[in-house]
Design a protein around this ligand. Structure first.
Ligand SMILES: [Zn+2]
Length: 472
């Protein structure tokens, strides 16, 4: 299935599933007129203290009321009841009385632009943290991201902690099984944290899985068409993103679906889905220990009846380069003009994806939060809030959705003693909210500020910097 993408300066035909993760690689156009902001660590005090704050540890759904939290350097130093707490003399006090403190969010399917426009890449990093996203698993890899990651961690530029995926694995990078070991070793040496699965033959995929497990470099992302859900789970792919190949699995035993190309995420075979097969798909997923990153907003944005011109009016669009927005508008028009685009099938696909997400969650399969920004109207940082609303719409509670974006991300990376919860000793990646997000997921946007590895970004400072990035 080929999709023609019209992005200013580019017109390409690629397999439908590849489109999503290729777009970002192409979108390296200039971003607005934002000036870079130097790292601000220098004007930060050694310690920050929050008093009278309600702490959402995310270890469970309880709220610890009336706490004093001391942050020193990039760590949570102490969490005490107000009446027992000692306030360090050197600490900067943040107005936190009656507010809600939660861990920073993780965008587990994000994209950071490439090196062609480093200012745009840096602006995207700021968009993430401005929205409380303090960790990004970057799913379109380039060695440049390793450089950026170092600059972020050195405090040279503001940004989230980056886990960097390798470039997209495809027959271009791995032409045959003989090439597998060299490629995996190369990515390992370069310092990538994982490999981005794209399109490989079944044979190459199997070999890659073998070497990846031997070398301890996980692979995650798409499932190649030839591979399918069962093999990907059998080979313990670390994460399946976009719920890739679930619909195909649900239709694969229906003889009527034979010889029909699945179309975009299975939309062409939606009428042949046998929902009773979902049980097996979920059981296999749980057995494999494979994570899912549903990225509901990606498909919902493409399939929705809202016109792309209307979507381009969303407030956050002012922070994206106009050329990117124009690319999104024409992509949606092109997509909906395709012969195989049926609004009715699209609606069913969205509903089925909601159901798969909810069932995976309720049965105990592993889920992390991801929106696939900046793809198709997903503005980095802002899109995680749309995604959380869509996750709530599947039937999950706000708390359950927040688990996928906080604690589960720490567990995914086997770093739950580093981030994802609020606990003494953990990294101080935090969001301070004016209202309780367990009551309404929209309250995660009602921020008083964000703490990024111990650095306090009050909301007015965030808004000032966003103002610099905004287009006319
Ligand atoms: Zn992607």
């Amino acid at each position: 299935m080929n999709v023609k993408l019209n992005i200013p300066g580019y017109s390409i035909r690629v397999p439908g599933l590849m489109v999503l993760c290729l777009v970002t690689l192409l979108l390296t156009t200039a971003c607005a007129d934002g000036e870079s902001t130097p790292a601000t660590s220098a004007d930060q005090p050694d310690a920050i203290v929050l008093t009278g704050v309600n702490v959402l540890t995310m270890k469970d759904d309880s709220i610890l009321e009336g706490k004093t939290v001391v942050i020193r350097g990039d760590r949570i130093e102490s969490i005490r009841p107000d009446e027992e707490a000692e306030i360090p003399e050197d600490a900067m006090q943040v107005d936190s009385e009656g507010k809600y403190l939660m861990p920073g969010l993780a965008e587990m399917h994000g994209h950071i632009p490439g090196p062609d426009d480093s200012q745009y890449a840096k602006d995207v990093l700021f968009l993430y943290i401005s929205n409380g996203v303090t960790t990004v698993r970057n799913m379109a890899g380039h060695p440049y991201h390793l450089e950026l990651s170092e600059q972020v961690m050195n405090g040279e530029i503001p940004g989230p902690v980056i886990y960097a995926a390798s470039p997209w694995l495809s027959p271009d990078t791995i032409p045959d099984t003989d090439a597998v070991e060299g490629v995996v070793q190369g990515y390992l040496d370069e310092g990538f944290d994982l490999m981005k699965m794209g399109s490989l033959s079944l044979e190459t995929y199997r070999k890659l899985a073998e070497v990846a497990h031997e070398e301890g470099l996980p692979f995650a992302g798409h499932i190649p068409e030839e591979v399918g859900l069962r093999v990907a789970l059998d080979e313990r792919q670390a994460s399946i993103d976009h719920l890739d190949r679930y619909v195909e699995f649900l239709a694969e035993e229906n003889p009527d679906a034979e010889n029909i190309s699945p179309g975009f995420f299975g939309s062409a075979i939606i009428d042949y889905v046998e929902e009773e097969r979902l049980d097996e798909a979920i059981e296999l997923t749980i057995e494999a220990g494979t994570w899912n990153v549903p990225t509901l907003s990606l498909v919902e944005h493409l399939e929705s009846t809202e016109t792309p011109e209307e979507m381009a009016q969303w407030p956050e669009m002012q922070y994206m380069p106009r050329s990117v927005i124009e690319g999104w508008i024409s992509s949606k028009h092109d997509f909906q003009a395709r012969d195989d685009f049926q609004p009715e099938a699209a609606r069913k696909l969205v509903e089925l994806r909601q159901k798969i997400t909810k069932e995976l969650h309720d049965r105990g399969a592993l889920i992390v939060l991801g929106s696939d920004a900046p793809q198709f109207f997903n503005v980095p940082g802002f899109s995680i809030h749309h995604e959380m609303e869509m996750m709530v719409a599947t039937g999950l509670s706000p708390y359950e959705v927040l688990v996928t974006g906080t604690k589960n991300a720490g567990i995914y990376f086997d770093e739950e003693d580093e981030f994802g919860m609020i606990e003494e000793g953990l990294r101080a990646d935090l969001i301070l909210l004016n209202s309780n997000p367990f009551e309404d997921i929209a309250n995660v946007k009602n921020r008083a500020g964000v703490i990024v590895r111990g650095e306090w970004w009050p909301e007015d400072k965030i808004q000032d910097k966003l103002g610099e990035l905004a287009r006319e």
